[in-house]
Design a protein around this ligand. Structure first.
Ligand SMILES: [Zn+2]
Length: 263
């Protein structure tokens, strides 16, 4: 039905600003190509879970070399905490930054990504939230070459800052069941969840200040990443805004942008 688009792909990247509307487009690619969604958030949760589950309760700051700004050797960590399980050690490294509310350095994110992607045989994934920087993109290019696989294309979901701010600041969520409302498009009656009857709230991530910070990070780090990959991996662009939002319209817009790319 769609001309010239690939029948099968190894991996694809979906990128765009936070709040641009990536998820419905990811859903299309997952369904169309039988892929799995690999999200950075899931990777972090997975390794943090491994570490927490292991139950080490000593001080993890001893494994960070303040002077060199890197972790001590893995075998030293393994000896100290009593296991050489890669997942646990990676979880410890992730926890070090998450606990301190610090930005996770690219080389740690790359390690976590590599390990997780490897469990999926480096294929059949929609990469969501990775790569987010030029360094991560570079790492990914080397990795897929080394593993004899590829990223077929990038789907870039475009949206304006104004639309993203308007949409996310008016978002409300039920603290009980997680149902999402929107003050304009899907307003909660009397400000309460229809199912639970409790007052809906704004997520702390959805304040204008937080959204603007994420948009700035996109401009500073992710936009240069996309420019860096331009010419190395084919890029299809799709609007994150539809006049009429229906699953069929989302599918059409994604597949037409691929048709255009492979014309
Ligand atoms: Zn509810």
């Amino acid at each position: 039905m769609y001309e010239n688009v690939p029948d099968e792909v190894d991996n694809v990247i979906v990128t765009g600003k936070s709040g641009a509307g990536k998820q419905p487009r990811i859903d299309v690619l997952v369904e169309e190509y039988g892929l799995e969604q690999l999200s950075t958030g899931d990777i972090f949760r997975s390794y943090l879970g491994e570490f927490d589950g292991y139950g080490y309760d000593g001080d993890i700051s001893q494994f960070w070399d303040e002077e060199k700004e890197e972790f001590v050797a893995d075998d030293r960590i393994a000896e100290e905490i009593g296991t050489d399980k890669e997942e646990v050690i990676l979880g410890l490294k992730a926890k070090y930054f998450v606990d301190r509310g610090k930005f996770v350095p690219d080389r740690i994110t790359n390690q976590l990504f590599d390990s997780y992607f490897g469990k999926q045989d480096y294929s059949d994934q929609v990469l969501d939230g990775y790569p987010r920087t030029v360094d991560q993109a570079d790492f990914l290019l080397d990795l897929v070459e080394e593993k004899n696989t590829k990223v077929d294309f990038i789907l870039w979901v475009r949206n304006t800052d104004e639309k993203i701010i308007a949409r996310t600041t008016k978002r409300r969520i039920c603290p009980e069941c997680g149902e999402v409302y929107h003050l304009k498009y899907d307003p909660p009656e009397d400000g309460k969840c229809a199912d639970c009857g409790v007052e809906v709230i704004q997520r702390s991530d959805d304040t204008e200040e937080k959204i603007r910070a994420r948009l700035q990070e996109f401009k500073d780090k992710t936009k240069p990443m996309i420019e860096y990959l331009d010419g190395k991996i084919p890029i299809a662009e799709v609007s994150g805004h539809l006049e009429e939002f229906t699953p069929e319209n989302v599918r059409k817009s994604v597949m037409s942008s691929l048709e255009e790319l492979y014309e």
